[in-house]
Design a binder for this molecule. Sequence first.
Ligand code: ACO
Length: 363
Amino acid sequence: MATEIIATGKAVPARRVTNDDLARGEWIAATKIDTNDEWIRSHTGIGARHIADEDTAASDLALEAAKQALVMAVGWDGTGNGAASREAAIAETALTLDFIIIATVTPDFLGCPSTACIVQDKIGAKNAAAMDITAGCTGFVYGLETAAGLLSINKGRKRALVIGADVLTKVANWNDRGTCVLFGDGSGAVVVEKTGNPSEGPGKRGLLRTILGADGSGTEYLINRRGGTRNPWKTGEIVDIPPHLEMDGRAVYNFAVKAVTETISRLLAEEGASSGAALTFNDLAWIVPHQANARIVQAAGKRLGIPEEKFFLNIEEYANTSAASIPIALDEMNRGGKLHKGDLILTVGFGGGLTYGGNLIVW
Ligand code: ACO
């Protein structure tokens, strides 16, 4: 029995802000950042980002990405086949879900309720359990493995909705040009299903193998210090700067290059050893990395001797959307005809925690 991704979806806010817009202070009055397009592009590969408006929270983006994935899962094509309308197709498919997992570090609310419960209610997924996962930008990689595990331990469960959704621009310090220019908002979603295909041997399909890891000694390198129980707001306290992410960019960069390099090598080596046929990057159709900085991907690729074209990159358009970046990429690739049945693809991520991980998937 294989655990396969049968549908994808994505959502990004309509407001598109280029590097030049940031430098000119044209997206938010009074926030003119001392930066320029040349610096941001040359240091990160980012050209633009999509920024949520005041009223948009993680669950709003997650909801739209989820709807797109559910519509694709049921095969509704707009002509009324099967379901009477798009909303009916969504409602129908939502009832088939056993789990909703949302990976996010920017939930609608601090801890309670989960963002997944909000989406569960809005799509009417009455039969689904719902929970959030906090694993930084690696959250989607963690979420996929969690969904596969939960589906495999109970024969009666068949389908899960796994979403990455983050609104990092709401926890960015817009006075810190070293971090705020890196972030964008968005959500990506996949429907995961237990199918009758084999998960090993000839014709194997779906999620083959996952590596998950963490190095909690790096908590200080990416941290939002305020608002949690370690450092809660106090009555009467004046807020000078809203809660925001602090980052040691150099430390995260070094961790990320090592994590990406090692995760790719290990996934290929371990799958090769267990299947009895050595695997190299040549066997991969695509590597889908977390889109934090194109230079991290280039450095890892260089160390492994993997050509840049093997990596799918859309960071130029979306910047770092945290847990949403890998599922947004998967949806773009899927809808753009870049993924074919039987393709071997590898996701790899890293992020706050610090965490890292990757999935090896036969599409
Ligand atoms: N525009 C113009 N100049 C800038 C900017 C900017 N936006 N930001 C920094 N600079 C300047 C600095 O002030 C510094 O100037 P100085 O030499 O006069 O002091 C110079 O550029 C170099 O700054 P560094 O911080 O040393 O730049 P570096 O080459 O290390 O790049 C970067 C910084 C892009 C942040 C890099 O360290 C990086 O990408 N790190 C990884 C970050 C990451 O991936 N984070 C996400 C993790 S995932 C998650 O969970 C959210």
